[in-house]
Design a binder for this molecule. Structure first.
Ligand code: GLN
Length: 484
């Protein structure tokens, strides 16, 4: 059952071949069997899942089912879930049960999707390897000595190991695309404002976007459709109708113009990863596309710009965690200062503290103009490069990540090297554009992701371009050994 596509699962449910309850038990059993090693799930909500599955079975029997009714999924532990712990991978929120649902949580509940539990992640979504989690690192199912990518590494590893057919993620600088690439699955970060951020714990509010993980673009389309839509509770949500992403999948690619930014094929790119990307582009030529070299001249500045903007915003967002209202509180504080200092000192891990320090510094009087304001100005130039490129091309392609999955511990002592693993993904967040990663090959048995970047609100087109590739290739059907 865990190798079926969503449309096969939905058809099976409707035809009565199996119930949602049986399907849910099947995936809960897989989590039980495999997750001891992978550590991709931090909270399993088995009883609630089985109850939701029985309710879905009643809806299916009554003929009131949508495409996700009765389908199990895992939820990144950054989305608030009423009555279920939302830890954000942090000791700070280890004891936090949100009193309400995130909009995305609510939408998936209404769609009848069955939440199996919450996935492990880098602490407050800060990381590229899932090693900053308070709950320990997640292992990559393709090689358990390696990282799954981050920060949505738990979601990506779980879908790759077929512990759930779908999972949610968030992407601030690459956290959907990079783990999708390193785990050999499909993930899409929508246009900024497409998916509500209400109840999604904020890291860097001007960059954060939620999105889906699945094995295929066709499955990701269904989850994205359910997650998307205007939300008056998120002031940056965009009031624009949601496309029927599934209906757009079958358009052919004849005449598609692909832009290849020369900055994405630089010396930092592993030559064997490059060969996989070149082969994928060849496949697109066979599908009728033409290819053009383009330039995104300011994209080389995206990592330094991001590491001013994201820490600045996180230093402000995380100030609400002060030991007073919710989250970790130190023992026996002697006064208010001691309460703040020790609660935050004990509750946050090293990477989070590093970011808060950088952000506070960049925002302080005297430095604001030199760092934050300057970074915002360059951010505009990075965006303008994309706007110009989309006057000439329909889609931009390149690698998602410069390398395949690296070893656990390999980069954890060197933050700058770690930051560079998002070198091809970050510019997309700074510009607010949609981006996607799809499996395109293997190097030494490890997956390589092809990144597709679209114009604003071109999610449907990206999914279409990905789906056409997946119709003529089988990389997305590859499953790591031992999880078949
Ligand atoms: N790896 C990047 C960071 O550490 C991006 C994380 C993300 O997209 N949430 O900030």
């Amino acid at each position: 059952m865990h190798q079926k596509s969503l449309s096969e699962l939905a058809a099976g449910l409707r035809a009565g071949e199996f119930t949602s309850e049986a399907l849910t038990r099947h995936f809960l059993d897989r989590i039980e069997r495999f997750d001891g090693e992978l550590n991709s799930v931090v909270t399993v909500t088995a009883d609630a899942a089985l109850e939701a599955a029985r309710e879905a079975d009643r809806r299916i029997a009554a003929g009131d089912a949508g495409p996700l009714t009765g389908i199990p999924f895992l939820h990144k532990d950054i989305f608030c879930t009423d009555g279920v712990r939302t830890s954000c991978g942090s000791r700070m929120l280890d004891n936090f049960e949100a009193p309400y649902d995130a909009t995305v949580t609510e939408k998936l509940r209404q769609a009848g999707a069955v939440m199996l539990g919450k996935t492990n992640m880098d602490e407050f979504a800060m990381g590229s390897s899932n090693e900053t989690s308070f709950y320990g690192p997640v292992k990559n199912p393709w090689d358990t000595g390696r990282v799954p990518g981050g920060s949505s590494g738990g979601s990506a590893a779980a879908v790759a190991a077929r512990l759930a057919p779908l999972a949610t993620g968030t992407d601030t600088g690459g956290s959907i695309r990079q783990p999708a690439a390193l785990c050999g699955i499909t993930g899409i970060k929508p246009t900024y404002g497409r998916v509500s951020r209400y109840g999604m714990i904020a890291f860097a509010s001007s960059l954060d976007q939620g999105g889906p993980f699945a094995t295929s673009a066709a499955d990701a389309a269904l989850l994205l459709e359910a997650m998307s839509g205007f939300d008056p509770r998120d002031s940056t949500s965009i009031d624009r109708p949601v496309e029927d992403y599934s209906a757009a999948l079958e358009q052919d690619l004849d005449g598609l113009v692909i832009g290849l930014p020369k900055e994405f094929f630089d010396d930092g790119l592993d030559a064997r990863v490059r060969a996989v990307i070149d082969a994928a582009i060849e496949e697109y030529r066979r599908l009728g596309a033409t290819v053009k070299e383009i330039s995104l001249p300011n994209s080389g500045l995206s990592v330094p710009v991001y590491y001013v903007v994201a820490p600045a915003e996180c230093s402000s967002n995380l100030s609400r965690m002060d030991g007073v209202r919710f989250g970790h509180r130190c023992e026996d504080p002697k006064d208010l200062d001691d309460l703040y200092t020790r609660s935050r000192g004990e509750g946050f891990g090293a990477e989070v503290k590093r970011r808060i320090m950088i952000g506070t510094y960049a925002l302080s009087a005297g430095y604001y103009d030199a760092y934050y304001l300057k970074a915002q100005q360059i951010r505009r130039l990075i965006r303008d490069d994309f706007v110009k490129a989309f006057e000439e091309v329909d889609v931009i392609m390149g690698p998602t990540s410069p390398t395949t999955a690296f070893r656990l511990g390999e980069k954890s002592d060197d933050p700058v090297t770690m930051y560079l693993s998002d070198i091809y993904t970050i510019a997309v967040n700074l510009a607010g554009l949609p981006g996607m990663s799809i499996p395109a090959g293997l190097v030494d048995g490890l997956p390589v992701g092809l990144q597709l970047i679209g114009d604003y609100f071109a999610e449907g087109r990206l999914l279409n371009i990905a789906h056409q590739y997946q119709k003529v290739t089988d990389w997305h059907t590859r499953c790591p050994a031992g999880y078949e």
